[in-house]
Design a binder for this molecule. Sequence first.
Ligand code: SAM
Length: 402
Amino acid sequence: MKYISLFTGIGGFESAKHDPILMCEKDKHCQEFLSRKYTDIEIIDDVNTLASKKNKLPKVDVVAGGWPCQDLSVAGKQEGFNGKQSILFYKLLEIAIKSRSDTIVAENVPNLLNIEQGRVFVDVLNELKNAGFCHIAWRILNTREFNIPQQRRRLFIVASKDKQIAKNLFNKVNVKISSPKNKTKVSGFYQSAGTHSICYSENFVPTIKVSNGPAIHYKNIMRKLTAKESLKLQGFKINDFKDIADSHIYKMTGNAVTKKVGNFIFNCLEKLKLNLDMNPLQRGSNFFSSDINKILYKPENGFFSEDVIYEVILPKKELCSNLADFIELKSNSFMSDTALLGMLRRAKKAKKPINRDLFNSILLTVESNSLINEIGEDGIRDFKHGKFSENPNGELFEEILF
Ligand SMILES: C[S@@+](CC[C@H](N)C(=O)[O-])C[C@H]1O[C@@H](n2cnc3c(N)ncnc32)[C@H](O)[C@@H]1O
């Protein structure tokens, strides 16, 4: 399969089986990493340069890329297609047209389905359809479905001139979910959270982000996830990242497609004849109309072909909870008192709960006068007695976040 990789990052989509003929990535540190790992592949440093190339691009089967998502994430400003970064979607499309590609594989945050009441997603589908990629499948995959204990939900879109190729996105995830070998309870949480929940998650970590990634809690220890653990939780080989500073690794892993997930998507493109359980939902012409009220419902897993939008019914996802097997229990990168107190101060101000086990561990760790100075006796009482409860939509919020 010949393909062009755009917004390559550190190559979450790339595998030994499928190497692109061309990569495109702007970040210097990612470029350095890619040129070391993929020695024979040309790297172009900007999609704008690639799209404006006078010479014809080589004909390929696939153009793939997760275009930058800052404008679309719940954590960002939600500017939709008015945001500078998201507009890079059009460059992806332009390059796919110029390279006479048959298929586009795109990745983004699940919030793409919701932003501006779905308008942005409809625009994306419309542009793909009008450019001739008229069979379009989309699916949300969670890294935990691949036996990696990171809650990372991402939206994948396969738009193709070939109906079967698009449909193949719904291949079965054939990964065995193992029960943890190490029985230590390890939970992940966001130390930086304040206005929203800290997303305390038992035996898995919340989404690894570009900055302020998750911390972990076990046996009265609270500490940052190490760069090596971030790589593992994204499915990358630690040895490939020797000599790269931790700060760069955190950013790279926060941006990346989990390797196993990216590889699954590419393998899907090759499988043939998949029979699907699909419910027709509405006429495509209604879905694509400019009247927002006509868009009835945007399924998480959907398919558009020949003017019909379908909901695709997939088996229930099995998610892993085996974090203890992925972390170095002996690491000593403990969180400082200042960081712990800062987290409590923000949670108190925002009236967000702190998990009781976590709070008890903080009580044992932080000097009590500092704790009283920071959140007062009332704050200690409130957290101890679980005064603040999780927003009933908390989990949903976490799921669509980032
Ligand atoms: C969401 S990340 C994709 C990461 C990638 N899928 C991976 O697995 O590592 C978006 C990437 O696009 C890159 N990028 C942003 N603007 C770009 C541009 N104009 N040209 C090329 N790459 C760009 C960023 O540096 C970032 O690495």
